[in-house]
Design a protein around this ligand. Structure first.
Ligand SMILES: NC(=O)c1ccc[n+]([C@@H]2O[C@H](COP(=O)([O-])OP(=O)(O)OC[C@H]3O[C@@H](n4cnc5c(N)ncnc54)[C@H](OP(=O)(O)O)[C@@H]3O)[C@@H](O)[C@H]2O)c1
Length: 272
């Protein structure tokens, strides 16, 4: 699988499996299917309450840990120094691993100083429990503050990003700062399948709108983490890796954006 080099010096596979809202047997089966079909990057979070299912699937797959890229996230209410350390240890135990490839602040929280959270991240990196660190749901203002709050490179910002939400300014800013964007909800939670333009571009390439949306993100240098619990979809999404979009097709997709956000939870007021 193609990878992108992070500012931390480690590489991240451009496609991973999203696991939000999957738990128990469904999560176990999906992760195992993904691993058996060539995925090596799994995205989870302490708040998803599925790290144990993922750990079991990894163990069952028998795949060498060194081949995998595992991301977890610390919840916005758990960003105090001790809470971060405790959450990371809990993630490691449930995932049955000695280290996380990437640990993220899940959502910003203005009531907890960023440098306190990052001090904990720094300790975890020093102890080799975490390789790269990053953030999620951060705006440019949050990133400005984050960059001043730690000696570690902020390797990624995981945000909602898909053809209906092309976050141009954030994209440019991250490019300048060499912060890789991980696009979450890259299929717009299913809405991409309704787009006439994505369907038309897909038909010309003998593929579907989902693969076209993912290929558009990958062409921009983003990492994608589509979620699926269906083997057919898990395999189909990998097809995006072998699609080449022309610059013209790409710019037509750039113009779809309706600034439509699907993830807007009540707790995002904590970053106001
Ligand atoms: N950091 C954050 O705050 C944050 C927030 C949201 C999401 N995320 C991460 O991003 C991941 C992906 O986002 P998401 O789960 O919101 O949505 P998504 O990946 O954009 O869309 C998932 C939906 O698309 C369907 N799907 C997937 N592949 C398909 C295909 N080839 N054909 C038809 N339907 C297909 C899935 O159904 P099936 O299961 O039936 O295939 C599911 O209903 C999450 O799972 C999570 O890991 C992070």
């Amino acid at each position: 699988m193609k990878t992108i080099l992070l500012k931390s010096g480690y590489s991240i596979p451009v496609m991973g499996l999203g696991t939000w809202l999957m738990n128990g047997r469904e999560c176990f089966d999906s992760v195992l299917m993904a691993l058996e079909n060539g995925y090596r990057h799994i995205d989870t979070a302490n708040a998803y309450e599925n790290e144990d299912d993922i750990g079991q699937a990894i163990q069952t797959s028998g795949i060498n840990r060194k081949e995998l890229f595992l991301t977890s996230k610390v919840w916005y209410q758990k960003l105090r120094f001790k809470d971060v350390i405790d959450q990371c240890h809990s993630s490691l135990e449930k995932l049955r691993t000695d280290y996380l490839d990437l640990l993220l602040i899940h959502w910003p929280n203005k009531f907890i100083p960023m440098n306190e959270t990052f001090k904990a991240f720094e300790k975890l990196v020093e102890e080799h429990l975490v390789r790269s660190i990053g953030v999620s749901n951060f705006t440019i203002n949050h990133l400005e503050e984050a960059l001043k709050s730690t000696v570690l490179p902020i390797a990624v910002n995981q945000v909602e990003f898909h053809p209906f939400l092309f976050q141009k300014e954030l994209y440019q800013y991250c490019k300048e700062k060499q912060i890789v964007i991980i696009a979450y909800s890259p299929l717009a939670r299913g809405k991409v399948f309704e787009s006439d333009l994505l369907q038309k571009i897909g038909q010309n390439k003998d593929t579907g709108p989902g693969q076209v949306a993912l290929a558009w993100l990958i062409k921009k240098g983003l990492v994608v983490i589509p979620k699926s619990s269906s083997e057919e979809h898990i395999i189909a999404n990998l097809g995006a890796l072998s699609i080449t979009l022309s610059d013209q097709e790409s710019s037509m997709i750039d113009n779809i954006s309706e600034n439509q956000r699907f993830i807007n939870p009540s707790w995002s007021e904590f970053d106001a």
